[in-house]
Design a protein around this ligand. Sequence first.
Ligand code: FPP
Length: 229
Amino acid sequence: MDGNGRWARSRGLRRIEGHRAAERSIHDAVEYCGEQGVQYLTLYAFSTENWSRPRAEVSFIMALLGSFIRRNIDSLNENQVRIKAIGRLDDLPRGPRKELDRAIIRTAGNEGLTLVLALSYGGRAEIVDAVRNLTADVVSGSLAPEDIDAEGIASRLYLPGIPDPDLIIRTSGEQRLSNFLLWESAYSEYYFTDVLWPDFRREHLEAAFSDYFTRKRRFGDVEPGKDQD
Ligand code: FPP
């Protein structure tokens, strides 16, 4: 959800106003994905690196997270949205963490869109945490080093039941990964747009999906039925 700060600055507002304005875009994205039958939507809301931002901004984002959940949980639940989270969730302040845990429990049985919030999330931290977990099994003797494989690492990521993303959209003109889903994005398609997150509406998502459907995904293979010789 990149570009909140620039969106606010370009209007002569404080950066935090950009985070506040992000909510409308979140509504649009959740609604549109639900309508289109998208099964999983992950929002990169706060990275492991974002903790180094000015204290007031971090506090604002954390408070906004708690109040966003409080204000939207009834309608998300009514719309069958299932909330989940990835990241070092123990780093979150107690209030927002409680709201998050409650929302996860309350929506666990829903069967619509799964909305994954990446909070205190870093792709490297996720791999480090998986390797720690794996190493503990090696030390205890329940896993032999020669049995370590990609599946063993994938099964120790934060939400192993969730499939790898098909499409990753980066807003605000930046063209980098910024530590997002490093392991899971091995074969994801990327879509970059100059639109700042607070301006990102369903038509932008529609454009991203249309673009995605023009891509040929080969996962390292050749196109089936073609180029066989
Ligand atoms: C990136 O824009 C945005 C963030 C680091 C924070 C996003 C968090 C929220 C909107 C809080 C609420 C979260 C949920 C899930 C309700 P930026 O500040 O890096 O923008 P810039 O690149 O223009 O400075």
